[in-house]
Design a protein around this ligand. Structure first.
Ligand code: NI
Length: 388
């Protein structure tokens, strides 16, 4: 697309993104967002597919001539963060913000749908657009899968904006590109006493403090130098007064890994460290695991094909450093092969920062790339069907 049409697309996508940005809604509450997306799809004559979702939308382009189905996914939810960008289109809802750029992703996927709608009759298959809710709670992808929207899909693609990559750059690689994001909550049960007579009780604070310290040795002593993991304790609560040893101490946090075997090893070691130290101090501990999404693991073949498509569009393709953040796109890739990739947005701040922003020059790039990836995937799948 060039000239006037290109400018028109850029303006349209920017308008959409700004409108979404002004009305952020958090996971499972994306009702206005859902209605807005539906409105734009219907206005463009794009078919809305009938899958049962409380929030989120599934739409389709193509399919008149049969052929394979490929999915392109956007996440639509925002975060409970007070925006501090000062932008003219900043959030109108105090305490809520699109601080991960899901407004950008939604506009980009809408753009891909608009571009493909223009050439619908040429499509040798169907492109299914998944406007997925609740990515930030890692529960939306599961809802989409349960709705049945993935059942007949042969390949799936999605992107995340990347503030530290410049506009015009695509980061894609085979294997892990984002981490498994598991959570934990630990409660250490002691016996309260006067602070002056600790021997009369069982101090849960000293026990829990030792546990937190010992957990730091998991990464250094149980994970190979060639693998990686993160164990972060992010909250620690105990006690009510300076002269009282409390009954209990509680802490929670997260574990990030890029490989299923490392993940299993770290989780197992975590449990043993907590229980072993709690036992030594005579303060029983209860570990609650909060399983998160697995690592986002790209299919090597599809990752390479996305890279080739991006190069054909004149974009710079780099092998990105995997992100230790989690992404529930991982659940799709457990079922259907595909690739998840990063798109450079020259942002001033990282994801989830109150002054996060994405450079809108990357919007039409994202839309064209997603459309081209879908078309190339259909061509590849149709060719395989015919050739083998
Ligand atoms: Ni995100």
């Amino acid at each position: 697309m060039s000239g006037a049409a290109g400018l028109e697309l850029e303006q349209r996508l920017s308008e959409m993104r700004r409108r979404l940005h002004e009305q952020p809604e958090i996971a499972h509450e994306e009702y206005v967002t859902t209605a807005t997306i539906r409105g734009w799809l219907l206005e463009a004559g794009i078919r809305i597919a009938d899958y049962p979702l409380p929030t989120g939308v599934i739409a389709e382009v193509g399919g008149k001539r049969g052929g394979p189905i490929v999915a392109v996914r956007a996440d639509i939810d925002a975060l409970p963060i007070q925006e501090a960008t000062g932008l003219p289109f900043a959030s109108k809802r105090p305490g809520y913000m699109h601080a991960c750029g899901h407004d950008f992703h939604t506009a980009a996927v809408l753009g891909a749908a608009l571009l493909l709608k223009e050439r619908e009759s040429e499509l040798a298959g169907t492109v299914r657009f998944l406007f997925q809710p609740a990515e930030e709670k890692a529960s939306g992808a599961k809802l989409v899968i349960e709705s049945g929207a993935l059942e007949d899909v042969s390949a799936i693609f999605g992107l995340h904006n990347k503030p530290d990559l410049p506009v015009g750059t695509v980061g894609v690689k085979a294997g892990p590109i984002m981490a498994a994001a598991d959570g934990f909550a630990v409660e250490v049960m002691g016996r309260g006493s006067h602070a002056a007579s600790p021997e009369a009780g069982r101090d849960p604070i000293v026990s829990a403090a030792h546990i937190v310290t010992a957990l730091q040795s998991i990464v250094s002593r149980d994970v190979s130098s060639l693998d990686s993991a993160v164990v972060s304790v992010t909250r620690f609560h105990a006690g009510t007064a300076w002269n009282v040893i409390p009954e209990r101490a509680a802490f929670d946090g997260t574990i990030r890994t890029f490989d299923e075997s490392v993940r299993a090893r770290v989780l197992e070691k975590f449990e043993r460290v907590v229980q072993g130290i709690a036992e030594a101090y005579g303060t029983p501990a209860a570990v609650k695991r909060i399983p998160g999404p697995p690592p986002v693991h790209n299919d090597a073949d599809w990752a390479e094909r996305v890279g080739r498509t991006a190069e054909r569009l004149g974009l710079t393709v780099v092998e990105p450093r995997p992100s230790p953040a989690g992404e529930d796109f991982a659940f799709y890739l457990k079922r259907v092969p595909g690739a998840f990739f990063f798109l450079g947005t020259s942002g001033p701040h990282e994801w989830h920062h109150p002054a996060f922003d994405a450079d809108e020059r990357a919007l039409p790039i994202a839309a064209k790339l997603l459309a081209a990836v879908a078309v190339d995937a259909i061509a590849g799948l149709a060719g395989e069907g015919a050739g083998r």
